[in-house]
Design a protein around this ligand. Sequence first.
Ligand SMILES: Cc1cc2nc3c(=O)[nH]c(=O)nc-3n(C[C@H](O)[C@H](O)[C@H](O)COP(=O)(O)O)c2cc1C
Length: 199
Amino acid sequence: MHVVAVFGSAHKGNSETLAEWCLEHLEEHGARVSRYPLRAMHYKGCILCNGCKTGSESCVLRDDLTPALEAVPGADVVLVSAPVWFLDVPSQLKAFFDRWYAFFQPKFWKNNYAARLPKGKQVVMALSQGQPEGFEDLLVRYNAVFTVMGFMPMHVIRGYGLRGPGEAARRDDLKAQARAVAARILNGQPPEHILPAYR
Ligand SMILES: Cc1cc2nc3c(=O)[nH]c(=O)nc-3n(C[C@H](O)[C@H](O)[C@H](O)COP(=O)(O)O)c2cc1C
């Protein structure tokens, strides 16, 4: 099992702790993990050059994001981690997702299946936030993006009430949650909670 892990926080913080607990469990059971911390990278979002629709099957921009993007088609599992920033993911991670435009076929709006990616990959989103609740809409929206790209329903690891750096590391309940998600992935089980469809 090859896992592509993309860390979307500006630092090695709470969301990455959640992600690493899940990855650790997967690695203990034989998974190979490729890690891509966006905080260390310099890159652009999609510039709509349409190079990926007119001659190239992948994104023609070459920058620090290229290896992460190139790893996605061959991955069995994609894990993304992020804090909530102003009700959404940080722009660093949004720019990564915008580059997924290259994973759409040319004239994708005419096809029943729009993506170039093979169907059936698993996906996990590890999300940390300061507030004690809320932001399910964020998960519903990104799950919709993954669904159109052919992924199975999204697994979620959620850390609430995490205001200071390093707070997640002291939370055994979150560690248990992250490892339980890893176990479901290893067993090919669907998420415990299926997110509603985006409307
Ligand atoms: C710019 C910024 C915006 C934030 N916006 C929100 C928000 O809208 N809702 C929330 O619950 N927490 C918000 N937070 C708090 C972070 O989501 C929280 O501290 C999180 O645990 C940080 O995760 P990290 O250590 O992985 O970066 C914000 C933090 C920053 C720095």
